[in-house]
Ligand binder design. Structure first.
Ligand code: ADP
Length: 210
């Protein structure tokens, strides 16, 4: 919340003199109590100042708190992640399209035989290859996928806000949720979920309900 110069001055006075009554604040500012009232209401309603009856105003020590921002920063990807649909690197583009319809998803995560994430294919990736003259029964998804290390991923420990920010910044529909594992000198990514625009919309609806 952006404070006006007078509101900032009031906060400063309260910080230095707490507890302080509205009369005393008004006096310091050469104002009437009535003139001060709107600013004091804004500062108490936004949580910057605490008002205790018959004692006075205190500085709450907290910046203007925003409940939504607190919530979405505290909710972890692990709590909101959805079930990912994966497909093997060698599967055909045709199989990928069928899987997209059967599973009713927009993005498929492509994994190696050992289950580690190597890429992903989106609706548009599949459409692009399907409208050409290519034989989609013969082309493996591994050839057309967006591959590691170019994937934007999230970990279960990141916040819902971090995930939404990545979706917006990178203009993608889905992020694989990965656990990073070290095997010898190789780093492997195990897909444990996904966060998509739908996941974020569902969270938005939940927060709205509450
Ligand atoms: P759509 O096919 O509906 O446009 P996206 O906007 O998610 O779906 O995908 C746009 C492009 O970005 C595609 O080429 C896709 O492979 C790629 N892409 C999608 N998700 C990611 C991601 N998490 N990381 C990197 N690239 C991605």
């Amino acid at each position: 919340m952006e404070l006006t110069p007078r509101q900032a001055l009031i906060v400063d006075i309260v910080k230095k003199n707490e507890p302080i009554t509205s009369e005393q604040i008004a006096e310091k500012l050469n104002l009437t109590r009535a003139a001060l009232r709107p600013d004091l209401s804004i500062l108490t309603m936004s949580g910057i100042l605490d008002a205790r009856p018959r004692v006075g105003y205190f500085f709450s020590g907290k910046p203007a708190r925003n409940i939504i921002s607190e919530k979405i920063n505290n909710i972890k990807v692990d709590e909101i992640k959805a079930v990912p649909v994966v497909i093997k690197e060698g599967s055909s583009v045709y199989d990928a399209i069928v899987t997209l319809f059967l599973e009713d998803v927009g993005t498929l995560f492509v994994v190696q035989e050992d289950g580690s994430l190597v890429g992903l294919v989106s609706r548009k990736d599949l459409l692009k290859i399907a409208i050409g003259n290519a034989d989609i029964h013969k082309i493996p998804v591994g050839v057309i996928m967006t591959r590691m290390p170019n994937l934007i991923t999230v970990t279960p420990e990141e916040s819902a806000y971090d995930a939404a920010q990545k979706i917006v910044d990178h203009q993608v529909d889905a992020l694989p949720v990965v656990k990073i594992e070290q095997e010898g000198d190789k780093i492997k990514y195990r897909v444990v979920g996904k966060v998509t625009k739908t996941t974020i919309t569902k969270l938005f609806v939940e927060l709205g309900k509450a």
